[in-house]
Design a protein around this ligand. Structure first.
Ligand SMILES: Cc1cc2nc3c(=O)[nH]c(=O)nc-3n(C[C@H](O)[C@H](O)[C@H](O)COP(=O)(O)OP(=O)(O)OC[C@H]3O[C@@H](n4cnc5c(N)ncnc54)[C@H](O)[C@@H]3O)c2cc1C
Length: 430
């Protein structure tokens, strides 16, 4: 048994703070405003959400109390411009804040992402896209109403996108249809895995506008905020999954739902433009998993040091095998953090091909890497560490869900990187 340790390294280890920021503001050159917003998210996660996470997971119930706290802390409006009463965070600041929340409650971070995207996509992202002056003015008026509901009333938005077919992967037009009628649309369709079902105040539905006799086209995708209590909307099916249980991602059904024009979160044609020109919009599911990767690592450090609350103070850190495993986890974590930080920092309109490939690689690294680290954590900490009384097994189960998230599943990232690295647009071997 290896028991010798240099006193210098003991002192250095004693200085480790397992709840230190994932991205140290100085080291990663974040400004004071960014650091303050991220610190708010981290402190809420650490002091409040961590203690509630086990119950939401066990009962597969929605973290309603966390959403009240997010509202009180201003975090429901994190990406809402300051002039509308929000915190005015940019993409990078939001992404790091979401990682900090995911570190303490994966389901809260993942559902918060669906909510924040309604403001990020209609806000800073839409500002980068082309619209004529009249359309932009109309969009400004409409989004102000959405923002007011969030900031003043704590309204929560979800983002039902998936339908079980090829649409969510970007292959074909959404099957959920919006038929234009006087003053708005009539929406019919079905969304599967719709996180926040029965809990959001507004469902931010991606659907296809189809006028009578016309064909469905991805170019005509609409992003509409349907008030959850509208006639014709129902929630169906049960929810008892492996992980991310608190997301309550049940099926949503829309039957002849009238939606007024002001429900548009983006003007006509702008979602399609965003999907083409602002691809990092699909990277926003990854922050949660960066948080989970960090959480698995933090747990392992604490556990091997005999410092996990509620467990006997047995140290396991003196075994070389544990030290090597932890070193492998740390290396993996730093690799994931580095590529991911770079990708979220360069998110913008019209990225270069290299930046797009890096975004896929960052998504793949975060989603697969979080689960690899959690797997290694379980093997390293051992049987007692995977009891349901401790968070590690939840982190492990939650982390398994990352690579399933469309449109950038792990498989689709591999598919796109391989193809796009070998072919220029329009090139073929025929
Ligand atoms: C916890 C959780 C929460 C979720 N929350 C939401 C939400 O709020 N909103 C929402 O819209 N969705 C949500 N999803 C759904 C998620 O984004 C996927 O749509 C869902 O997991 C797809 O499941 P599926 O069985 O229909 O996959 P399929 O579409 O059958 O795909 C199975 C696998 O095949 C591969 N594949 C799919 N299409 C292609 C293709 N065209 N080419 C090559 N390979 C392909 C992918 O790798 C995919 O993982 C959530 C999922 C989970 C697990």
């Amino acid at each position: 048994m290896m028991t010798v340790q240099a006193s210098k390294s003991v002192k250095a280890i004693d200085e480790i703070d397992p709840d230190a920021p994932i991205f140290d503001p100085k080291a990663f050159r974040l400004n004071d405003e960014q650091a303050a917003i991220i610190a708010t998210a981290r402190e809420l996660g650490q002091t409040v959400f961590a203690g509630r996470a086990a119950v939401y997971d066990r009962e597969a119930t929605f973290p309603t109390e966390n959403y009240r706290d997010l509202h009180r802390a201003g975090l429901l409006g994190i990406a809402i411009p300051r002039k509308h009463g929000g915190l005015g965070a940019d993409y990078q600041t939001y992404a790091i804040s979401a990682a900090e929340i995911g570190r303490y409650c994966g389901a809260t971070a993942l559902t918060w992402n669906m909510h924040v995207c309604s403001t990020l996509w209609s806000g800073p992202l839409a500002d980068d896209l082309e619209m004529d002056a009249a359309t932009r003015a109309e969009h400004e008026r409409r989004r102000a109403a959405h923002y007011k509901r969030i900031v003043d009333d704590g309204a929560v938005y979800s983002q039902p996108f998936s339908e079980g077919g090829a649409a969510a992967a970007g292959g074909v037009a959404f099957g959920t249809e919006a038929k234009p009628v006087k003053g708005g649309w009539i929406v019919n369709g079905k969304k599967i895995f719709a996180s926040l079902s029965g809990h959001a105040d507004y469902y931010g539905v991606l659907c296809t506008e189809i006028a009578e006799g016309k064909k469905a086209s991805r170019r005509n995708t609409l992003y509409l905020a349907l008030p959850a209590k509208t006639d014709g909307i129902s929630v169906a099916g049960d929810w008892d999954p492996l992980g991310m249980r608190g997301t309550v991602s049940r099926t949503l059904l829309f039957k002849e739902v009238f939606v007024p024009e002001d429900a548009a979160l983006m003007p006509r044609g702008v979602y399609f433009q965003a999907a083409m020109r602002w691809p990092h919009m699909f990277l926003t599911l990854s922050p949660t998993y960066i948080g989970l990767a960090q959480a698995a690592y933090d747990f392992t450090v604490r556990y091997l040091r005999g410092e996990v609350p509620g467990t006997p103070p047995v140290k396991r850190r003196m075994y070389p095998t544990k030290q090597i495993a932890l070193a492998q986890m740390q290396i993996k974590l730093e690799q994931i953090k580095a590529i991911w930080f770079q990708a979220i920092t360069e998110a913008r309109a019209n990225p270069s091909k290299e930046q797009v490939l890096r975004a896929y690689a960052a998504q793949y690294s975060a989603m697969e890497g979080a689960n690899e680290i959690a797997t290694l954590a379980i093997r390293t900490c051992g049987g007692q560490a995977m009891l349901k009384s401790l968070p590690l097994e939840r982190i492990y189960r939650d982390s398994r869900c990352g690579s399933l998230m469309l449109p950038w599943t792990a498989e689709l990232c591999l598919d796109r990187i391989g193809r796009e690295a070998l072919y220029e647009t329009g090139e073929s071997d025929d």
